[in-house]
Design a protein. Structure first.
Length: 151
């Protein structure tokens, strides 16, 4: 093989290697862009299923409000059914109520609004002013509670 042929062969190999590098670089960039788009879509539509379930609850409320000449009892029944429907949605998406009466006060799950002297065990939740909620065991909102203290 002559030196010119060797140079031509090496130039062709270099050109091929350069093309492969550019292809791999472009492919990596495409994967990065697609991954970014997938994460962006997941963020935008993460609540889609939950939102669709809540629409049924909203429809129930709209239906109740559109009833003319409804009695107080029928409104109460409708609100109770809608509350059950909402709790069903919560269960489906692992949202749980935190209503910790008679439990030990836990600052990770509860927010003490006041304390009251009590004969019972100190640092125990006596009453719940507002229920708390967890999502997959992570606190969404702490329960607002009244806690016992020693006399």
């Amino acid at each position: 093989m002559t030196p010119e042929e060797k140079i031509t062969e090496l130039e062709a190999a270099l050109e091929e290697a350069t093309a492969k590098v550019l292809y791999v670089k472009a492919e990596g960039e495409n994967i990065r862009r697609r991954s970014f788009e997938d994460v962006d879509k997941a963020r935008k539509f993460a609540l889609e299923k939950f939102s669709n379930e809540l629409l049924a609850v909203k429809d129930s409320l709209d239906g109740a409000l559109s009833v003319e000449n409804a009695t107080l009892e029928s409104y109460k029944d409708g609100v109770e059914l809608t509350a059950k429907q909402l709790l069903s949605v919560f269960e489906k998406f692992n949202i749980a109520e935190v209503s910790p009466v008679d439990e030990k006060f836990d600052p990770n799950k509860h927010q003490a609004i006041s304390t009251i002297e009590s004969e019972g065990e100190p640092n125990t939740v006596l009453s719940v002013l507002q229920k708390g909620y967890t999502l997959n065991d992570r606190v969404l909102r702490p329960a607002l509670v009244v806690v016992s203290k020693a006399k």
